[in-house]
Structures are given as structure tokens and as C-alpha cells.
Design a protein. Structure first.
Length: 251
């Protein structure tokens, strides 16, 4: 938890304007597919609150949960600015959100689960908190099923952000949901293009680590190269991470 706060506290404002996070059309497509409407929904690892703001127009109440106080300050201020009176915040870890059994209609998390220290505990707590018929939605970077490539991708991400823990595979999300009594409904995967300079500058990566990351992309081979797809566009270096949207329901 301390690593996450140390990494994200000083850059909280940057995440509000991050193009990689502020993607309302992409968020809307996932929420439309899930049919989100009404009730109380928890946004776990809310960050700068992009998912919470989208949910606020569809449900009765949104509780934005994060371990970083500065992120919650951003969410509070931005919610007021947008006139979203149904958004509240809670300082808590994903593994122990503190909601009563069967008290929320949905639990959502976007671009955060790879920072959770115990993803199984998060899914267990989400399942416990959901009402029967409630839903879990996770949108996050994902690992390929090939273990060697998965380790390379995670090492690459951890070099940029030491609070990065692990990207789960699609099969791992399905297994965790089933383990804690949820029924997997669907998952979709997309390539997420990222501007290398923006990606590193947003996290204030050191010059030495930036150079090491650059060399990793320029020298990428085989499965790692296929996954990352490094390329030059308009004089800038771009690469891909893969993103999964995974939905499950509680019977």
C-alpha cells in the first residue's frame, strides 16, 4: 500500500488529464454491454475517478474507493465541478473495502487491479459485498497466456512503476470469479496503444529507467515483440499493452 501511495500521490492530478485513462467512449461501451443501471456501485482503485464519473450518470450512488488520499481529493473536487452529488469517497484497500455483506449492486475496477497486493482477497471481498444478482466488472491490463512473455511484460511495467504487482491472464480472472461463487459472463480484449514519452513522464520515471525501458522496446523479440508491437508514429515511439474487460455475476 505504501508503494502505491508513494507512486501515485504526487502525480494524482496528472491522472485526471491522462489520455490513457480519460476514455469516456471506451468506458461507455463496457458499461452498455453490462447493462449498468441503478443501485449502489463501488469503484475500486478509482484513481482520478474516470469510471466513477461515468457510473454516476447510470446508478443511484457511487462509492469511489482508493488507498491514496490525494486521488480521493481529486475525485471529490472533480465530482463537485461536474455536479455529481451521488459520488462519495472511501479510503480503503481493495482487499478490505469494509462494506456489509450483500449491500452493493456492483463492484467495478478499472486500470487498478495490477496494483492490488492480493487480487484473490479483492475478488472474495467483492463477492461477499454483492447482493444476489450483483455484478463484478474488471477492466485492466492483462498478461498473455504464455508464462515467459507474461513475466517479460510484468518486468517491463514494474521498471516504470515499482507499485505494479501483476497482470492477470483471462483464464486467471475466470478461475478467481468461479472460486468465490461468481459466474463469469463475458470478457473482451483490446490492444491499448500508449505513447512511450507520455507513459514514462506521467510517472516521473528516472532517466536511467526510461533508457532501460526504451532499449527493451527497441530490442524486443519474439512473443514480447508481438505483444508490445513497438513502432514509430509521427516521430514518437508507441507500443501496446493488452486490456481485458471481464464481467461476472453473483447468483
Amino acid at each position: 500500500m505504501s508503494d502505491v501511495r508513494a507512486q501515485f500521490g504526487p502525480v494524482a492530478e496528472k491522472y485526471l488529464t491522462s489520455k490513457a485513462h480519460d476514455q469516456p467512449e471506451e468506458i461507455a461501451l463496457v458499461l452498455d454491454r453490462l447493462g449498468v443501471q441503478g443501485g449502489t456501485v463501488v469503484d475500486v482503485g478509482t484513481g482520478a475517478g474516470h469510471l466513477a464519473y461515468a457510473l454516476a450518470h447510470r446508478v443511484d450512488k457511487v462509492v469511489a474507493v482508493d488507498v491514496t488520499p490525494q486521488m480521493l481529493d481529486v475525485v471529490k473536487a472533480e465530482s463537485v465541478k461536474r455536479g455529481l452529488e451521488n459520488v462519495t469517497t472511501r479510503l480503503a484497500a481493495a482487499e478490505d473495502m469494509g462494506f456489509a455483506d450483500g449491500s452493493v449492486n456492483g463492484v467495478a475496477s478499472r486500470l487498478a487491479a495490477h496494483h492490488f497486493t492480493d487480487v484473490a482477497a479483492f475478488v472474495a471481498d467483492a463477492a461477499r459485498s454483492l447482493v444476489p444478482g450483483g455484478w463484478l466488472l474488471v477492466v485492466d491490463t492483462m498478461s498473455p497466456e504464455d508464462n515467459d512473455v507474461a513475466q517479460q511484460v510484468d518486468a517491463f511495467e514494474r521498471r516504470r512503476d515499482p507499485s505494479h504487482v501483476w497482470n492477470l491472464k483471462a483464464s486467471e480472472w475466470e478461475a478467481l470469479a468461479t472460486r468465490f461463487g461468481l459466474v463469469p459472463q463475458w470478457h473482451i480484449v483490446r490492444r491499448k496503444p500508449l505513447d512511450f514519452a507520455d507513459w514514462t513522464e506521467r510517472m516521473r520515471v528516472s532517466d536511467a529507467d526510461t533508457q532501460a525501458l526504451l532499449e527493451s522496446l527497441e530490442n524486443a523479440e519474439n512473443g514480447f515483440k508481438d505483444y508490445m508491437a513497438p513502432r514509430r508514429e509521427g516521430g514518437r515511439l508507441w507500443f501496446d499493452l493488452h486490456e481485458i474487460a471481464f464481467a461476472a455475476t453473483k447468483t
